[in-house]
Design a protein around this ligand. Structure first.
Ligand code: GUN
Ligand code: ZN
Length: 436
């Protein structure tokens, strides 16, 4: 439906390309006095300077955000729905944190009632932080995925999720079997994949918690459902890597385990990837896989420092996304996540600019998810999934803007100092779903 519905006015910030590849200034377009026209179907019809607004749109109702920033909604390509209550659980390391806090909490998601209440809280947090789409883990329970899909569908958002598969190395109440895991997954795919804006992600937790038999069936599921995504964890902590080496003694390395079971590919998402060798990067690159950087989680769990330049080496570049990893991650805010990514890069002697960072959280993540035809920028034709940011939302930010001279400056200060207080409004498919 191409019928115009309303206008948003504000300072529009739109990414066109990866600033690390195409150059900083070529990658972003900015209209200090911009406007967006949204259709009744929830798509962007027109975008540009308000002064150039075609006369046919001039009488439409208008949400005027003055000099606030209008950006594409943030995309979070790695987050755990059933961990929404356990942010800030102090584990000794990843495996200790999983055993003491994570598995007991995820066990509660066998209850439809518990899951339904949590889903509303979880999606509210996403919208309050300007996140309009995510690739999320559920618990092992089919009902958990069913519940999150239903809640996301009601909100009209592009949600990708799946039931976690795990059949060993954890308490019984969070385990499935190769057969029930595969059967439940297949049923959920049939029910939800491609329904509205929803997609299914085949979700083996990580090599540590799946037997060979389960990984084998997971590879079969992925082969049979090539339009689904596949998400798991890879090379996050020292203890995890040592465990995988013991469990799969034949493997060249951790990546080789997933490779052996045919889990690498264009639709494959591997969270963390902190300790990858050149060989592993080459295979991930060759297969078109994505590694998702989760800096607040890596720092919180003491997992290590992700090296963006190592992953991005020109001769074998690995596609990279950036995500919160709540609840190992300590914030739902993609602003805080980008700020932490900046600090991790600094500690590695690397540099990411604010343009690099905001690109990653929007169009970059959309491209990795192969959703860039629908989301990730303000280009006409895409869904009007939008976040409005107030660069003066706190006293510290307001005084900082008095000395900001460029858009890069404003975005940089937002990612270092900003959080959910900076979110003035969030739109999903043209509908205002949050007001700050
Ligand atoms: N590896 C396996 N499961 C998890 C999880 O829930 N969180 C993190 N950060 N890493 C994992
Ligand atoms: Zn995770």
């Amino acid at each position: 439906d191409q019928q115009a519905d309303k206008i948003l006015r504000g300072a529009t910030v739109n990414f066109k390309a990866n600033p690390r590849v195409s150059g900083q200034e070529n990658s972003v377009s900015y209209e200090a006095k911009g406007a967006i026209v949204i259709s009744t179907s929830g798509h962007i019809l027109w975008q540009g300077a308000f002064a150039n607004l075609p006369t046919e749109f001039k009488e439409l109702p208008c949400d005027d955000y003055e000099d606030k920033l209008i950006l594409p909604g943030f995309i979070d390509p790695h987050i755990h729905f059933p961990q929404n209550r356990i942010l800030a659980a102090p584990g000794k390391d990843l495996l200790d944190w999983l055993n003491r806090f994570t598995f007991p909490e995820e066990a509660r998601y066998c209850s439809a009632e518990y899951a339904a209440k949590a889903a509303e809280f979880f999606l509210d947090r996403l919208f309050a932080n300007g996140t309009t789409s995510s690739l999320a883990f559920c618990s092992v329970h089919k009902v958990c995925a069913d519940t999150l899909f239903a809640a996301a569908e009601k909100r009209g958002m592009a949600m990708i999720t799946g039931k976690t598969m795990m059949d060993r190395f954890a308490p019984d109440n969070v385990l499935d079997t190769p057969e029930t895991g595969a059967r439940d997954t297949q049923e959920l795919i049939k029910k939800w994949h491609g329904k509205g804006r929803l997609k299914y992600a085949i979700t083996p937790r990580f090599a540590v918690t799946s037997t060979d038999a389960q990984l084998q069936l997971t590879g079969d599921l992925y082969k049979d459902n090539p339009n689904c995504l596949m998400q798991t964890h890879l090379s996050e902590s020292a203890g995890e890597i040592a465990t995988v080496q013991k469990q799969f003694p034949w493997s060249k390395d951790y990546t080789d385990v997933y490779d052996h079971f045919n889990l690498l590919g264009e639709n494959s998402f591997f969270a963390h990837g902190i300790h990858l060798s050149d060989r592993e990067c080459a295979r991930l690159s060759e297969s078109g896989s994505t590694v998702v950087h989760c800096p607040t989680s890596n720092n919180f769990l003491g997992s290590g420092l992700f090296d963006i330049d190592h992953l991005g080496k020109a001769e074998r570049p690995v596609g990279v996304g950036v995500a919160t990893d709540v609840g190992g991650g300590t914030s739902y805010s993609m602003l805080q996540t980008l700020g932490e990514a900046y600090k991790v890069a600094m500690l590695k002697g690397r540099k990411i600019t604010a343009y690099d960072a905001f690109y990653l959280a929007t169009l970059g993540n959309a491209k990795q998810l192969k959703l860039d035809k629908e989301i990730g920028s303000l280009d006409p034709g895409k869904f009007a999934d939008i976040v409005v940011l107030d660069p003066k939302s706190t006293p510290v930010l307001a005084s900082r803007q008095e000395v900001s001279e460029t858009l890069e400056d404003v975005l940089f200060s937002l990612m270092i100092l900003g959080d959910d207080r900076a979110v003035s409004a969030t739109y999903v498919a043209g509908k205002c779903v949050y007001k700050g």
